[in-house]
Design a protein around this ligand. Structure first.
Ligand code: EPU
Length: 323
């Protein structure tokens, strides 16, 4: 693996991507850029634009299928932007979103009740955010317990489930637009929807998250309950990309979820190579060890076709696919 001094951040040539996704399939990319701060991210993004290099953004890789072979262009990973801060008081937030850590330590209040807010950079992991909030007794994000991935992806796709969504706690988001400009969006100016943060092609650099103050033991108890329930109904310890398909509109499916439709179509246990439809939850495809991206793509189409034959529903994929 060679690296280059020519990028404004750490860079790897011909980097493997499979181990950077939770499904663990797929090939490599010409350049993997690893900015460590939001400012470095913006500089790396600008460098790609100047050089005419196509870019993709990799967060926690929890909702992503990467194709086999070599992807062209550059992947910007936010994994080194894994930072979570107690938010400074209003007016100081802007510097926090670029990362003046020393200043943050100075202004961050120690009292958990006066300012229940975090500043999170795009690479902050969802489990770390959920844990930190529950330690402080801040409520609002327990529903994300057990959701893998990073803040950036969670905000971009409004991650969540039956107990709540990412955007429930968003106060402000900092994004970089396709033209390289950086903007702050307030919650009131955004229209998040089911599994879509509504940010279009803009890339999340960080966000301010606002919680409500509660009792820490009760928040922790809810996190524990949701984690246990998740383990009971989802193959959380296996290699997967989370739910493969979106739930269809209820009126088209008699209210049945994608997982239930897949189960009813007899697809549980259906396998292509080492890719298999989970017996626990029909909307998960699990990599048993040596699945290729081609195995997973074939299985997705097989499942879609079988469900379409049994119903009038053509399931739409929720996972992101890089080809
Ligand atoms: N069901 C079945 N068989 C299955 C799977 C589900 O009968 O194989 C039934 C369940 O018994 C339940 C209903 O279908 O009555 C809904 O299932 P579940 O509660 O598991 O929720 P879901 O709609 O399948 C959603 C999110 C998940 C999130 C869970 C829990 C989508 C596509 N999925 O799943 O998100 O974890 O709620 O909050 O919105 C993801 O985004 O990657 C993901 C897994």
């Amino acid at each position: 693996m060679s690296s280059s001094q020519n990028w404004p951040c750490a860079a790897l040539a011909r980097a493997d991507l499979a181990d950077r996704t939770t499904m663990r399939v797929g090939g490599r990319v010409e350049w993997l850029l690893e900015p460590a701060t939001p400012d470095e991210f913006v500089a790396a993004f600008a460098a790609c634009r100047e050089r005419g290099v196509a870019t993709r953004v990799l967060g926690g890789g929890a909702n992503l299928l990467v194709d086999d072979g070599m992807l062209g262009g550059a992947v910007l990973t936010t994994s080194r932007m894994n930072r979570l801060f107690r938010a400074p008081l209003d007016g100081e937030v802007s510097g926090a979103l670029t990362g003046e850590e020393a200043d943050l330590a100075r202004v961050a209040p120690r009292d958990r009740t006066t300012n229940p807010r975090f500043v999170a950079w795009a690479g902050a992991t969802m489990p770390a955010i959920v844990r930190a909030a529950s330690e402080l007794g801040w409520t609002g994000l327990e529903g994300l317990a057990g959701v893998p991935g990073n803040l950036g992806g969670g905000v971009a796709m409004n991650a969540g489930g039956r107990w709540g969504d990412m955007w429930d706690v968003i106060e402000r988001v900092r994004v970089v637009d396709p033209d390289g400009g950086v903007r702050d969006l307030l919650r009131a100016d955004c229209t998040p929807r089911y599994r879509d943060g509504g940010l279009g092609a803009s890339i999340v650099l960080g966000a301010v998250l606002a919680f409500r103050v509660e009792d820490s033991a009760r928040v922790k108890q809810r996190v524990r309950e949701y984690l246990l329930e998740k383990r009971r109904i989802q193959p959380v310890t296996e290699w997967s990309a989370g739910c493969i398909f979106k739930n269809p509109p209820k009126e088209t499916s008699d209210g049945r979820s994608a997982g239930k439709l897949i189960e009813d179509a007899g697809c549980k246990g259906l396998a292509r190579g080492d890719a298999i439809v989970s017996e626990l939850h029909g909307n998960f495809i699990v990599n048993r060890g040596a699945a290729s991206a081609a195995d997973v793509f074939t299985l997705i189409e097989d499942v879609r076709d079988r469900v379409a034959q049994k119903t009038t529903v053509r399931l739409e994929t929720e996972v992101k696919v890089w080809r």
